[in-house]
Design a binder for this molecule. Structure first.
Ligand code: GDP
Length: 302
């Protein structure tokens, strides 16, 4: 239900246009496909993904000898899911260690919803009975540490921090030691979101990862890139930059509730080959959902 509510803007935008398209055409022809392309591009599905989808759709329509636009509608959902999954299963599962510390690193530019996402995930893990700790690795932005502490208090988990301006790698070292001695299950680490200088960003993230990995072989177990769905194609540009700077294992797409262009989920997966693991659907603690491509795509048409 929550998922459906959060997608209401995208759904209204998308399904109204598709329904309108289907009602105006008697048979499926080139013009129909061109209009469909336009609708998908406007929903931020992304040019490459739209071209791929429409190609596949045309083949399927020919193969099944479909003429009625109404029949094509269900094939659109099938193909969208196929393209998203591209033969892989369980794309949204996290690499969680059983009976050992799991370290998750969060990256992303300022304002995308990184702190909020960490708070929401802390809440989610805590309500699953896990012992959670936060690391205030954004020592650069004024107020970032306090903001994480506000979430820590709200959710009821501790935050490991140092003074503003200190070395984030040192914060991570402290956090790992604290996590060990407190028998923590999940350590969620914030990082600074400076994109102005890719070389610096890369160096900082490498150093953080090196420190964590030296303490816990195999960690960090996930590097989650937080992207703001309302920034549309700009989110794709950020994804490209971060992918070049570090190994991103998954994406959290925040503010999906605030956009009518939720098609960006498909573009990110298809063009970046990084799965979307969670979506943010509001500002509150429980406004985070594991991303389910089938629910998402069928939700667009319901
Ligand atoms: P950060 O700078 O990346 O840490 O971003 P914040 O976590 O401070 O979030 C920036 C703003 O976006 C805040 O006002 C959040 O309440 C808001 N926000 C974060 N996630 C979501 C979401 O999923 N939906 C909505 N509507 N707002 C969100």
């Amino acid at each position: 239900e929550k998922f459906k509510d959060g997608l209401v803007k995208t759904r209204d935008n998308f399904s109204n246009k598709i329904n309108d398209l289907v009602s105006r055409y008697r048979t499926v022809d080139e013009d129909f496909f061109e209009e469909l392309e336009e609708i998908l591009i406007q929903a931020d599905v992304g040019f490459e993904t739209v071209m791929e989808l429409v190609e596949e759709l045309k083949m399927e329509v020919k193969k099944r000898n479909l003429k009625d636009p109404g029949d094509v509608q269900s094939v659109i959902s099938e193909k969208l899911i196929e393209i998203y999954e591209s033969g892989e299963e369980n794309l949204n599962t996290l690499n969680i260690q059983e009976d050992a510390l799991t370290v998750i690193l969060f990256v992303g530019v300022n304002g995308v919803g990184k702190t909020t996402t960490i708070g929401k995930l802390a809440h989610k893990f805590k309500s699953e009975g896990k012992n959670v700790l936060l690391a205030a690795g954004d020592t650069f932005r004024a107020g970032a540490i306090e903001q994480l502490e506000v979430w820590g208090e709200r959710v009821g988990v501790d935050v490991i921090k140092q003074a503003e301006g200190s070395d984030p790698a040192a914060v991570m070292y402290d956090a790992v030691q604290a996590a060990r001695s407190r028998k923590v299950d999940i350590l969620l680490c914030d990082t600074a979101g400076r994109l102005q200088n890719k070389v610096n960003l890369m160096k900082e993230l490498e150093k953080i990862k090196r420190v964590i990995e030296r303490e816990i072989p195999g960690a960090p177990h996930e590097v989650l890139l937080v992207l703001d769905a309302t920034t549309g194609q700009n989110a794709l540009v950020q994804a490209k930059t971060f992918k070049e700077a570090t190994d991103v294992s998954g994406i959290v797409l925040s503010k999906l509730d605030g956009t009518a262009k939720g098609g960006i989920v498909l573009a990110i997966r298809n063009e970046m080959n990084i799965p979307v693991k969670f979506v943010g659907l509001g500002e509150k603690m429980d406004d985070l959902q594991v991303f389910d491509p089938e629910k998402y795509v069928y939700g667009l048409f319901s």
